[in-house]
Design a protein around this ligand. Sequence first.
Ligand code: AMP
Ligand code: MG
Length: 403
Amino acid sequence: MRKVSHTPLSVDDYRARITALVARTPVVATPLADCVGLVLAEDLVSPVPLPPFDNSAMDGYAVRAADVAAAGEDGAVALPVAADIPAGRTDVVPLEAGTAHRIMTGAPIPPGADAVVKVEDTDGGQERVVVRASVAPGTHVRRLGEDVAAGATVLGAGTVLGPPQLGLASAVGRADLPVHRRVRVLVLATGTELVEPGKPLLHGQIYESNSALLAAAVREIGGEPTVLRFVPDDVAVFRETVAAHAAGADLLVTSGGVSAGAYEVVKDALAGQGVEFLRVAMQPGGPQGCGRFDGLPVVTLPGNPVSTALSFELFLRPALLAAMGHRRVERPRATARTTVELRSPAGKRQYRRGRHSGGSVTPVGGPGSHLLASFAASDCLIAVPEDVTVVPAGEQVELVVLR
Ligand code: AMP
Ligand code: MG
């Protein structure tokens, strides 16, 4: 029996439904190199101070400030160089009064020294150094713990890990971090008319493009897509393909085959099997479906490329981000004045594609759901509310900022 709901669901209600369908991914210790863009699941507490020891901020000479107080415009001070401390030297040689140690940036300050004279203020000597400038105590010394105290929380749970955060995790000695693992998404396009890009095309056939779009969209937010070889409008082939790949996946996303025509393969295969087909009050992208097939969460998107893209944007993107622990799952919003009149069907939220700048927005292409090049050329969505059928030129509209 087909379960078809006739009252359209609002965009917001359907988004909540899809978000509830996709479970939070488990927390897995992950090497730092694989963590970029993922969300830290626990506070990161540093076991060490940073810097871990007092060290030199300059190439120069470690001294007692008092020993070089007489150096300056009127004269110089000569000191014997009693030791050489390159970065990485691990033994400890105290500095005797009246001597200098040659020291490199990042090398440990010897006990007894309280300042560094930079090499430019000396003659660079190796046995004996002539110092031409005095220094205040503490000059060019990077203090133990001045960046991070031992035991401090350096990254909070929920932090999105980017390059600086991963650098910091390494600096406090971590090789891996507990993150919500990438959400595993199966992508399955349907349509007998579809041909793999790169192959010859007959009249009546089109290149399959939703898989590339969806896989890239999943990957862009940190998910792990698996693109299944697209299937013709054949229920048996569809079911076999899903069954062969379902293990280990968090979600199956299909495209096509959910409208009101004949040969609606996804609907035919999944209706009454735990997946509900319904309409969302939006244009484009109205026909949708979601549920569980054999326990596997499934979201079935309409096939028109812009409908697929918009559905990902509005429903899957926030759901998948939330599944991976993100707290910010919404795109930035803005308002702008439309440069032309917009017309929209009553009772549906229309999403037009547009380009915006300096507080105004211009639609790119018409409302048609097949206009993929227009979508690729746009940097925002223009949302026309359900109860608005005409927006005169010069009026404010709501934008979803994509780029
Ligand atoms: P459907 O939702 O299956 O009725 O498809 C709606 C429209 O989108 C038709 O014009 C299809 O040819 C097209 N379409 C469906 N799936 C894809 C796909 N994977 N790539 C490109 N176009 C598609
Ligand atoms: Mg189709």
